[in-house]
Design a protein around this ligand. Sequence first.
Ligand SMILES: NC(=O)c1ccc[n+]([C@@H]2O[C@H](COP(=O)([O-])OP(=O)(O)OC[C@H]3O[C@@H](n4cnc5c(N)ncnc54)[C@H](O)[C@@H]3O)[C@@H](O)[C@H]2O)c1
Length: 263
Amino acid sequence: MSEQKVAVVTGASSGNGRAIALRLATDGLIVVCSDLQPNARPGGYDEEPDVPTHELIETRGGAATFVVANATSMGEMSEVVEAAVSQYGHLDVMVNNAGIFTGLATIVDESEEDFDKTIAVNLKGVWIGSKLAITQFLQQEVNGNSRGTVVNIASIGGLVGLAQEPGYCASKGGVVNLTRQLAVDFADKKIHVNAVCPGFLETALVRPFLDDPDLNAGLHAQSPWPNLGTASDVAKAVSFLAGDESAWVTGSNLVVDGGFTAR
Ligand SMILES: NC(=O)c1ccc[n+]([C@@H]2O[C@H](COP(=O)([O-])OP(=O)(O)OC[C@H]3O[C@@H](n4cnc5c(N)ncnc54)[C@H](O)[C@@H]3O)[C@@H](O)[C@H]2O)c1
């Protein structure tokens, strides 16, 4: 049984998930990295993209492991949680980060297949990760002021309508309110459930926007803050929600967007 806190991060190989895993390891947590593949997606902005996240953590003196899993599969995600518990004795933090964006289209042109895929990964994946983590937390004692913490990576697309993103916004709106709902059900058990709602930032997922001069200019024009964010901005917010300083924070959707949704 490890004394260190143990976190699972889904979609940990690239972008936000990778930055979150690296940050939690720096915070002293053991990180079980999970993704479809260990390597970062091509076209991202990750440091040392050829080195899988768990190896990078180990190189920097942290503790991590990798378990391949599709976040949409209850069976595969059960194995991820089981790996954390069997190797380290407990699970303390579940970061449901894995997500996809299938491209800009209004509902007229969005395919049913893309809508189903988006809901499956972005919303059902969060439901599965939360269900498995909370089931495990309920078998554990309260440690400090928490029996366990879920941090969901939603989006500003869960708070406002983003042009031509119907499936994505629907999925993230679901995550935002699932987060509140779970917080209500499990507050009395001292289980924290929060979400981070990032704005547009530099990852492979947003590369198509950033590489298009018009879309890029539009994003900058809509952002009150002079620069777009980075994955490490999201990771810092997750670090706060996963740590002891947020002991009385549950059911919140922490907006990290440079003021994008402030007006
Ligand atoms: N980049 C942004 O501007 C932004 C803004 C708001 C929210 N988000 C959210 O942040 C999260 C991470 O996005 P990102 O920008 O880092 O994207 P990304 O594409 O750079 O990385 C996503 C990672 O998730 C993995 N993944 C995809 N589908 C998976 C599945 N079914 N099971 C397991 N892993 C899977 C990918 O392999 C990849 O490693 C997503 O939930 C996304 O919606 C991103």
